[in-house]
Design a protein around this ligand. Structure first.
Ligand code: SAM
Length: 504
């Protein structure tokens, strides 16, 4: 049971504004009642306070407070008179995802109600549900997981919010807020006012939002070091309506005005073997083979042992080089795995059509703390999971230039700092990156540097390419500055937070 810390509850209540006599306020998932108790403490009349919970155990104590309670599944119990009912809705909705027993059990019902927007995470459904329950002009104050701000899977939820609400405030709450309760989520406080419909469109778009990047402590709620005031229509600027929290005007301009990277490169989800242990072998001279050998020492049954083949086998038609790993390595990584290509084995695979396997290209780690892009030689296949294969669509740019560009500190910032601040990267995220065609001179300089990095890494995997990387970062930054006037302070931020040297 996650309980919201008192200072956070006080802050949320302070931001929803004055509760006037007669106005109704609801906590739709009240739990032990920390929000409603605070309301009573603040002198709100008990007749104005309503509390629901699916779990009647909580309600025994809550009823004693003298407020109106109801045992119900707030997500499913929606009646015609549930809409436009409340002046305020506050709380900390549960963070159950689609793998949870609750969402699995009620999948069909939830889909019917929320499927158009999001029927996967309970907190997302609580946001939708509560907006429905609010009167026009009513206010919502929630603390929830911040993942809906940026993930492409929550695009429709963001659109729903933009179409129905004025966003008063988004504040990224301290990371450790719930850590003593073993919840590893990064929380956001969101304050919305319901102004729905076409008639309020201008009003919503001209609304100035208070956007507060991550604060470190609850003590900073009332005096955060940064408050960004952003016109709400700016949340239409980035692909899939990302709710960014801290972004330079010039970077926003770059996203709004440049062609997208997917005009130049194209990514493809790879294949499934359905049994990687059986069909994927490690190549003899790699780290992975070492791991497999160790494991095999403990395995008696020959059929159950991990497979290891010699690198020479890659040239035979029985094995294909295979890529299936994420990780932060950039530019080059020796091929560590091989895919069993015997006719008998191939029958088991799901190999999507229209994917240009075996072409030369790049591999982007689907799971990595930074944007990590590596060279992919001809002849490779890739998995559907952690490695994403891309090929160059527009021959005016080279593989080497794309490697340098995407591994640069600027693009690490665009991809990880702005589009997606989790450890996963999706094709849609890469597609949404801006791309400016390089001048010939810059392209050639970067190609030379990248070729040298790759050559050196081939010889020695521990090769330190910081010097070359600094040059690449500088070239890219200066080129983009020439076009978009990026502020010089940004370079400092990139060096500190998004470059390979900052992480050492
Ligand atoms: C994260 S707790 C929030 C508790 C409290 N508001 C706080 O911040 O301390 C979530 C509460 O939601 C309730 N809950 C979960 N799913 C629900 C649903 N579908 N309808 C109503 N309540 C639900 C749980 O029983 C639990 O009490």
């Amino acid at each position: 049971m996650v309980v919201t810390p008192p200072k956070t509850v006080e802050y949320i209540l302070s931001r929803i504004g004055e509760i006037k006599n007669g106005q109704k306020i609801l906590d739709p998932c009240v739990g032990p009642g920390i929000f409603v108790k605070k309301l009573i403490e603040n002198g709100i009349d008990k007749s104005q306070i309503f509390a629901y919970d699916i779990n009647s155990n909580f309600l025994v104590d809550i009823e004693k407070l003298g407020i109106t309670t109801k045992k119900q599944d707030s997500l499913i119990a929606l009646y015609p008179d549930s809409y436009n009912e409340f002046d305020f809705i506050i709380g900390n909705p549960p963070y159950l995802n689609k793998a949870s027993a609750y969402v699995r059990k009620h999948k069909n019902k939830l889909k019917k109600i929320y499927g158009r927007i999001n029927a996967h995470e309970t907190y997302a459904m609580f946001i939708i549900n509560s907006i429905w329950r609010l009167k026009e002009g009513g206010k919502l104050g929630f603390i929830t997981s911040d993942s809906f701000l940026t993930l492409s899977t929550h695009k429709k939820l963001r659109k729903f919010i933009l179409n129905n609400c004025k966003i008063n405030e988004i504040l990224l709450a301290p990371k450790n807020l719930f850590s003593n309760q073993k919840v590893s989520t990064s929380p956001v406080i969101i304050i919305l006012s319901k102004y729905s419909g076409q008639k309020n469109k201008n009003f919503r778009e001209n609304n100035i939002m208070r956007i507060i990047p991550r604060i470190n402590s609850e003590d900073n709620y009332y005096n955060p070091s940064i408050i960004n005031e952003i016109r709400q229509e700016k949340y239409n600027s980035l692909s899939y309506n990302i709710f960014f929290t801290d972004i330079e005007e010039e970077i926003l301009d770059l996203f709004e005005k440049s062609p997208k990277l997917n005009n130049y490169i194209q990514g493809f989800i790879g294949m499934h073997t359905h049994n990687n242990k059986k069909f994927i072998a490690a190549i003899d001279d790699t780290r992975l083979a070492e791991v497999f050998k160790k494991r095999n020492e403990k395995i008696k049954n020959l059929d159950k042992k991990y497979r290891i083949i010699s690198r020479d086998n890659l040239d035979s038609y029985q094995w294909k080089p295979y890529l299936k790993r994420g990780g932060a390595d950039q530019y080059y990584r020796p091929i560590m795995e091989a895919l069993d290509w015997k006719t008998e084995s191939k029958k088991n695979y799901d190999i999507p059509k229209n994917v240009p396997f075996e072409k030369e290209g790049i591999i982007i780690s689907g799971v990595s703390s930074k944007l990590a892009v590596r060279y992919m030689p001809e002849g490779c296949y890739w998995d559907s999971n952690k490695a994403i294969g891309f090929i160059i669509k527009n021959k005016s740019v080279s593989i080497q230039y794309i490697l340098g560009l995407l591994n640069s500190s600027l693009y690490n910032y665009l991809a990880k700092g702005i589009i997606n601040n989790t450890s996963s990267i999706q094709i849609t995220g890469i597609n949404a990156l801006p791309f400016i065609k390089p001048e010939k001179e810059i392209q050639e300089k970067i190609e030379t540097l990248v070729s040298s990095i790759i050559k050196n890494l081939e010889k020695n995997l521990n090769y330190d390419y910081v010097k070359e990387q600094k040059l690449i970062d500088g070239l890219i930054f200066n080129f983009y500055t020439k076009k978009f006037g990026l502020p010089i302070e940004l370079k400092e931020k990139l060096d500190k937070g998004y470059s390979i040297y900052s992480r050492e």
